[in-house]
Design a protein around this ligand. Structure first.
Ligand code: ATP
Length: 358
């Protein structure tokens, strides 16, 4: 278990100082696939490098299974890192690369031979053991980098955007591969990405970061369905935001009035309780449906219809101001219900939206 408590990191000093991590606290469970997700510059890599020991935090504490990691230099931490550029030695063979860390740790020849064999099997690279890493593909290099980092059996593997250099198809394959490796080895993975789909597909839990702070921690489903604030709702997936008046809120549900005058109930994010005041309702495009004119909660005019194979997007200009996107799954034989220029109404089930405090 990794316990990160009140960790801040300021680069530089005085007025020129820059706060890259601002009072970050998070506990990562054993055997968890935990992802740090956020836009460029939000502090993901700084947090990862702090766990690895490449940065000393300005304040805060860092424990691994109850033991203080901060006094230990990187090579004495039971933690290994897979870097974005793999950092393999091109003049060495695949097997020599995997053996490298074990040799540094002065493991016996017999142990090195058996661990390298095991790691080659784990990442399915046994047939290429004697190839130089300068002579294998990007995806294969990625596997070798993983095997090399896993070989000393660290308790924690840190992965800094390890899939970003791979093409789309290979990236999807490697996502499954990484999940399998994590499952088979039982090692805690802390994974950094700015790709929200990748984070949703792979993680047990995600910490969404912005400007050096953690904005929300939860399972992919919690983060997607119950964003705690507008930043999270906006960063993960597509979302419609509607201004509304809060009528009442209690026990995680809120009653609100939309700009069209319709009164509905929806889930309320923590902290959006009380009554009165303006709130924002976040509704995912796939949670809404498009109806004919004069039905639904929000009337408007259909501006554009976009067909994209698996689904169709309807872009609606709302009578109450602003626009709204509805995304529907395409079904064989189902006709498109309306055309650009038509009057339409948008509906969504109670509980489909999330009420956020402005
Ligand atoms: P990316 O997705 O682009 O890699 P990130 O979320 O990993 O971004 P970090 O690399 O952690 O971001 O950087 C966080 C902030 O700290 C950035 O604004 C960066 O410019 C700043 N920063 C990082 N390292 C240093 C440093 N050594 N000195 C000064 N500022 C730094």
């Amino acid at each position: 278990m990794i316990e990160i408590a009140n960790v801040s990191k300021v680069f530089g000093e005085g007025q020129a100082g820059f706060t890259a991590l601002d009072d970050v606290s998070v506990t990562i469970q054993p055997n968890e696939f935990f992802t740090l997700l956020g836009p460029s510059g939000c502090g993901k890599t700084t947090l990862l490098r702090t766990i690895a020991g490449f940065h000393d935090p300005t304040s805060g504490s860092l424990l691994l299974d109850g033991e203080d990691l901060l006094p230990k230099p990187p090579h004495q931490r039971p933690v290994n890192t897979v870097f974005q550029n793999y950092a393999l030695f091109p003049h060495m063979t695949v097997a020599e690369n995997i053996a490298f860390g074990l040799e540094m740790l002065k493991r016996s020849r017999a142990e090195i031979r058996s661990t390298v064999g095991e790691m080659l099997e784990l990442v399915q690279m046994t047939p290429m053991a004697d190839r130089k890493t300068g002579q294998i593909s990007g995806g294969q290099q990625q596997r070798v980098a993983l095997a090399r980092a896993l070989a000393p059996r660290p308790r924690v593997l840190l992965l800094d955007e390890p899939l970003s250099a791979l093409d789309f198809k290979l990236r999807k394959d490697m996502q499954l591969e990484l999940k399998r490796l994590q499952h088979e080895t039982g090692i805690t993975f802390v994974f950094v990405t700015h790709d929200q789909e990748e984070a949703l597909a792979m993680s047990d839990r995600i910490a969404v970061m912005n400007a050096g702070t953690i904005r929300q921690i939860g399972s992919p489903r919690e983060i997607y369905d119950q964003p705690a604030e507008r930043f999270v709702a906006d960063f993960i997936g597509d979302t419609n935001f509607l201004q509304a008046d809060l009528l009442s809120a209690k026990g995680g549900a809120a009653s609100i009035r939309l700009g069209s005058g319709a009164e509905i109930t929806a889930r309320a994010a923590p902290g959006s309780g009380g009554a009165g005041g303006r709130v924002t309702l976040a509704v995912r495009p796939e949670h809404a449906v498009i109806n004919g004119a004069d039905s639904g909660l929000l009337p408007g005019s259909l501006r554009q219809v976009v067909y994209f194979g698996t689904g169709t997007q309807y872009h609606v200009d709302l009578d109450c101001g602003g626009s709204f996107v509805v995304r529907e799954q395409n079904q064989p034989g189902r006709e498109q219900p309306c055309q650009a220029g038509d009057r339409v109404g948008i509906a969504f089930a109670p509980g489909c939206g999330q009420v956020l405090r402005d």
